[in-house]
Design a protein. Sequence first.
Length: 367
Amino acid sequence: MSRLGLVVLMVLVAEIGAALLLPMLVSDERYLDWYLTDQQISAERRFLRSNHVLLPDSVTGWRSAPNWREGTWVTDSLGSRSTGRFEWSRSDRPRVIGLGSSMMNGDMGVTNAETITAYLEDAGATSLNFGTMLFGVDQALLQFRHRLIDLGPDWVVVGIDSGAEAALTNTYVPFLRRSEANMPFVKPRFVLAGDTLVEIPAAPNRLLGSDRRQALIDHTAIYDGYAGRFERFRRMGQTPGLAALAWVGEKVNNRILGSGYRDPSPGLLVALLEALDTEVDAAGGRLLVLLLPPRPGESGPPPWMADPFERRRSDVSRAGLRVVDGRSIVEAVRSAGDDAYGPDGVHFSPEANRALAAALWNVIGRD
């Protein structure tokens, strides 16, 4: 064996030894501290002190803070990003509630008057926008069931993000989105037992404190479909060679084998939407599903794999739910030469929000 080969072998043996030994010497809590960034830990502390644009919520994990003003971001006393132009009690205009993530609420790149729901008001509706950063459909269902049902909307529009299925098996945001710096929070999820939706409540937010991390780790080990990422970090993330190997393995798994584009819980997204449809209908309203496109630059599945957006659209349509195809609308905005995305390159521009609202109004305004 050459000298170089011997050195490589010795380094590999040392790294494997360290990977086996360190988890026996270092606590899980310490590993989680290493896994999180300083910015995430700071955001966690502000969140627990209620000094954050989001507040802890025992049902959904988090919710938008009411009466919050930060740049273009303004919420009312309900935590809705609304315009306040029309009284909700008015009966001469269809009352519309918006649910979903920051793709629905517009994030910080637009004003309250430039959101999807604000443009619905321009068309003839009254609206409240309860889109909440990183919310999944599971949280939107619980939000409507426990927080909004008494508002009695005529319509509920729920935005479905690209990759919506992944969030449905996640209970601790950093395990799914390690790069998400400002939201190291816990969330609820559902599982399908036959045809029955079974809720798994979020871990208590008090477990986010650094002295309670073991209980959080124990909870995620049982319920979070992405807890394996933290386990790989424990075993392979502390030595450069094994960390690089893990990184390559994840890229191959996602880009070539397509694991990142598979539905981790087939049927769950549609089951949640059907449950939301039933509950909206029982409250006297109608549900409208807005399917949103992948973000610019977001890598697609391998060529041999079915388009996740088309799979999602087909599944939702087959369930008999009202659907608006947001991808074709956003593509039309771009084809017309307008910017479809705002300064962050993720959230929609006012032009795209206006076009999406027009497509929604074509359904809402018809009835």
